[in-house]
Design a protein around this ligand. Structure first.
Ligand SMILES: Cc1cc2nc3c(=O)[nH]c(=O)nc-3n(C[C@H](O)[C@H](O)[C@H](O)COP(=O)(O)OP(=O)(O)OC[C@H]3O[C@@H](n4cnc5c(N)ncnc54)[C@H](O)[C@@H]3O)c2cc1C
Length: 491
């Protein structure tokens, strides 16, 4: 099915009847702005449904923030840090164990650039294989169905489309009061351009990105101070696990300054001074701001499409990712929470299906969260705090990696897995993992929960030995024993 747009030019009345019968075939069925995870998946899904699809993005940004400045560089950097510092092996080989003594930015950059290059190739080839047209440049609305694409030159290519998907993502928010110079005072985009590993660093903002980088630099030996306005961090995660993370980070010489606000950042030739409203002054080689993100909508010509963004540049959508203008969709970070690559991909796919008139399910409510700190955290479902608040009874089953043979083999003595189980119907209400492989392990729990399974499945299942996955069985038995004890008491 090909969608057609009626074009009714402003002509004298006598011409109108004729003009109304004219139909204009747009250049594309689905045009996507932005080639990050949301945009890619939207374009490929539309192409797989037989539609003419195109993606607009700058040549240097194929793959989006995800591949070029966000997820992939940060996760590759983390892997390089873990390998080169030998941190995860120190339990076995002693605290002085290192793979490389003097780790340089070049050592870290090597792996990052290699992975980014490969990932960009994969994306280019996927788009080409699916016959998605790549339109290099910046896109902006000229009319609701017309987008101008400019690659920096004088000419602007006009492209028309039946359906348009906005997947333009976000950029780091920069407070007006702070002068960024991309070396001393940076945001998260500046990390990959650092010329040397700082000896001291202030991280402003203890959100996911801030804490991930704080832990990586701490592992490299940088003395990190985290300044956070709120009185705790990662408040959406399990409190016990966040406490465990804080303990680990303090052990790596991270200092936390909670309930503190930055008053100013003074730049000097050899570093910067972060001045807090409480009067404290923190000197550091580098200050990294991680104070939220701003939707990339200011140069998008939204008004020409009949749309507007909120003060953080975000676009409002309905459950089908449709904006207030029905043929325009928005997906990914530009629509706000949860702003994750995995969610953005799924939103892109679902939006494309809806735009192409294909049957489409809602995004599954069970969405895992992965926090790639050192050590990593991952969870799915509800936290103890949320359940308590909602007056939902639960039992806790815990397994500690140090009690698992695999935990001993890999030298992870701190990892843990926690199951929250309903004593009423024995279903899993939440799964929380801390330590090696947390972001992979969580998916076992997610699958059991998504299929409506109970803790009995985990109790009776046989897991490979020795694995970390075994922690599910140990935690399930722990929860089961507690529930049995309770039942006995009330008999
Ligand atoms: C440091 C960091 C670490 C992260 N770590 C993780 C993680 O571990 N796991 C995870 O799931 N998520 C992580 N994220 C979040 C993840 O990167 C985002 O959720 C994801 O990239 C959002 O995808 P998106 O589809 O919205 O597009 P984005 O990846 O944001 O890309 C948007 C693209 O749109 C383009 N664009 C903008 N304006 C226009 C325009 N007018 N015309 C054409 N193109 C335009 C941009 O050039 C860009 O290429 C991290 C983010 C950061 C910053």
């Amino acid at each position: 099915m090909r969608h057609r747009r009626e074009s009714v030019p402003a002509r004298p009345l006598c011409d109108r009847a004729h003009a109304a019968r004219l139909e204009v075939v747009n250049d594309f069925d689905v045009l996507v702005l932005g080639s990050g995870p949301g945009g890619q998946r939207a374009a490929i899904a539309a192409a797989k449904l037989g539609r003419r699809a195109a993606v607009v993005d700058r040549r240097s940004m194929i793959g989006g923030v995800c591949i070029n400045t966000g997820t992939i560089p940060s996760k590759t950097l983390r892997e390089a840090v873990l390998y080169l510092t030998g941190l995860s092996q120190r339990e076995l080989y002693g605290q002085s164990y290192r793979v490389k003594e003097d780790i340089t930015v070049a050592d870290l950059g090597l792996r990052t650039q290699h992975v980014i290059g490969r990932e960009v190739d994969v994306i280019r080839s996927q788009l080409a294989r699916n016959r998605v047209t790549m339109l290099p440049g910046h896109g902006r609305f000229l009319e609701p169905h017309v987008v101008g694409v400019s690659d920096g030159g004088e000419r602007e290519l006009k492209v028309t489309a039946d359906k348009i998907v906005i997947a333009t993502g976000t950029r780091p928010a920069r407070p007006d009061t702070v002068e960024f110079d991309d070396q001393t005072v940076i945001d998260s985009d500046g990390i990959i351009h650092l010329e040397r590993i700082p000896e001291t660093m202030v991280v402003v903002g203890a959100g996911v990105i801030g804490i991930e980088y704080a832990s990586m630099f701490a592992a490299l030996g940088t003395k990190v101070t985290v300044v956070e306005r709120r009185d705790r961090m990662l408040e959406f995660a399990d409190l016990e696990i966040v406490e465990a993370l804080k303990y680990h980070l303090r052990d790596l010489a991270v200092t936390f300054r909670f309930r503190e606000t930055v008053a100013s950042v003074e730049r000097y030739a050899r570093g910067a001074m972060t001045v807090l409203q409480s009067g404290k002054r923190i000197p550091a080689d580098t200050v990294m701001y991680s104070a939220g993100r701003q939707g990339m909508t200011d140069d998008l010509g939204l008004e020409a499409a009949g749309l507007a963004a909120d003060h953080r540049g975000r676009i409002k959508v309905d459950a089908d990712y449709r904006t207030e203008v029905p043929h325009i969709y928005a997906v990914g970070d530009v629509i706000g929470f949860p702003s994750l690559a995995a969610t953005s991909m799924e939103q892109g796919r679902l939006a494309a299906h809806h735009a192409c008139g294909e049957p489409v399910a809602e995004i599954h409510e069970l969405q895992p969260i992965g926090i790639y700190t050192i050590p990593e955290i991952s969870f799915v479902g509800r936290t103890e705090d949320e359940l308590t608040e909602a007056k939902v009874p639960f039992e806790v089953g815990v397994s500690r990696y140090r009690e698992l043979a695999r935990g001993q083999i890999i030298g992870d003595s701190y990892g843990m897995l926690k199951l929250l189980v309903s004593p009423e119907d024995r279903r899993l209400l939440g799964v929380h993992v801390f330590g090696t492989g947390a972001t992979e392990l969580v998916h076992i729990g997610q699958t059991v929960m998504g299929c409506g399974g109970t803790v009995d499945y985990l109790v009776n299942a046989v897991f490979n030995y020795p694995t970390l996955a075994e922690s599910y069985k140990v935690a399930a038995l722990d929860a089961m024993n507690k529930m049995r004890h309770l039942a006995r008491l009330s008999e």
